[in-house]
Ligand binder design. Structure first.
Ligand code: PLP
Length: 383
């Protein structure tokens, strides 16, 4: 870990999350600087990590908030994000969640179906309000990432399909409590093949031309998030290449004059600053491998079980010769496994292990399965 000394981790009861706020600040600053070069706006996708000290750092660089539930909208507002910088996406917003967004005059509802538009129109009408909306359009661009985190293909549940748009545009004027302000696209997560973003730009240009041909010019284009991080090299590649990422949009996206460009980054901002720290309970000899049994499991970090995700594992206590291990948790599921055939220094009961790059979609997904206690978080590098 870049800014955390191993000795600082010894005295906490395990398992726990350790957050490197110094790295978080450096990452946020890099993203903010690169976005600012082109006047781009960034909304932080809260669902990646909603811890208050993390949100405080995000607020400090002036980003807005991208929320996917009413409680995330609430958390964003309570944390100090101005309502004018809060967007609300999601395929299944409940009436209560929509009403909460309306009452607080959030910047924009990113809407995902015709049916949702009808409900939003009705609820806004009941309050005598006009809801600002963006249409989340499914651009049918392949994010080339794990299929569980691909969202921009016609087979996915997200967004409005291109072929639905002509009828939708004819219908929209009847929904008189809605004001169309943006077009929204989000095609997936952990995207490491950056040519995918070029493909997205070209597709968005086409879709925008179609809207122009219908005399519709919106105030903003929202290109979503999805920039990936390096799970294999968390130290040498700790800060994602925001310069190249935003540079691709600068080169290939063609906004109309005055049109604002928005992004919704989650993982790229917070993944590397978080580490799950766990202690070894047992070593168990298997037939082909030895098992390291940890006191952390899928209840603390579900990504390996959910998406077969890779996380780098380090032994912070041992520097002995390396052996091959399967690193598993204590939960009664065979998928409760952090890594198979991992080479680690010879490991003993009581050793401290670090599971890296766990700041995004880690702690937020923890569960109480097996009546497990919620693992605490500790912050390093506070100002
Ligand atoms: C999850 C999500 C994001 C953030 O995705 P990352 O891959 O974490 O950057 C952005 N926009 C929407 C609509 C999302 O659902």
């Amino acid at each position: 870990m870049l800014h955390i000394d191993k000795s600082e981790l010894q005295n906490h009861p395990t398992p726990f999350y350790a957050y490197d706020l110094q790295l978080l600040r450096e990452t946020l600053l890099s993203a903010a600087n690169e976005a600012q070069k082109y006047g781009y706006h960034v909304h932080y996708a809260l669902k990646a990590n909603t811890n208050s000290p993390v949100l405080k750092e995000v607020l400090n660089v002036g980003f807005g908030a991208d929320c996917v539930s009413g409680n995330e909208v609430k958390k964003a507002l309570e944390s100090g994000f101005p309502a004018g910088k809060v967007v609300f996406a999601g395929v299944g917003k409940s009436d209560a969640e929509i009403n909460f967004g309306l009452e607080n005059d959030i910047f924009c509802f990113n809407t995902e179906s015709v049916h949702e538009l009808e409900v939003l129109n009705e609820l806004a009408g009941q309050k005598g309000k006009t809801a600002r909306i963006a249409l989340r359009i499914n651009p049918n661009v392949n994010a080339k990432t794990h299929h569980y985190i691909t969202t921009g293909l016609e087979e996915n549940k997200f967004g409005i399909n291109f072929w639905e748009l002509p009828q939708l545009l004819d219908y929209l004027p009847e929904l008189e409590n809605l004001h169309l302000v943006g077009l929204h696209f989000h095609i997936g997560s952990q995207i490491t093949d950056l040519s995918v973003f070029k493909a997205l730009c070209l597709r968005v240009n086409e879709i925008q031309s179609w809207f122009l041909s219908r005399n519709v010019v919106v105030e903003h284009l929202n290109l979503g998030g999805g920039l990936g991080v390096n799970y294999h090299e968390p130290d040498t590649d700790a800060i994602p290449d925001f310069a190249t990422y935003f540079g691709i949009f600068k080169e290939f996206l063609k906004p109309e004059p005055g049109q604002q460009v928005h992004f919704e980054l989650g993982r790229a901002l917070v993944a590397q600053c978080g580490t799950l720290v766990s202690r070894v309970l047992y070593i168990k000899k298997g037939i082909k491998t030895n098992f390291i049994i940890l006191d952390a499991g899928m209840t603390e970090l579900m990504r390996p079980a959910l998406y077969q995700a890779y996380h780098k594992i380090e032994n912070l206590s041992s520097q002995a010769h390396e052996l091959r291990y399967d690193v598993v948790g204590p939960i009664c599921e065979s998928s409760d496994c952090f890594g198979k055939a991992v080479m680690l220094p010879e490991t003993n009961r009581g050793d401290l292990l670090a599971i890296r790059t766990a700041g995004a979609y880690g702690e937020v997904m923890s569960s109480g399965y097996n009546l497990r206690e919620k693992a605490p978080a500790f912050y390093f590098g506070r100002r």
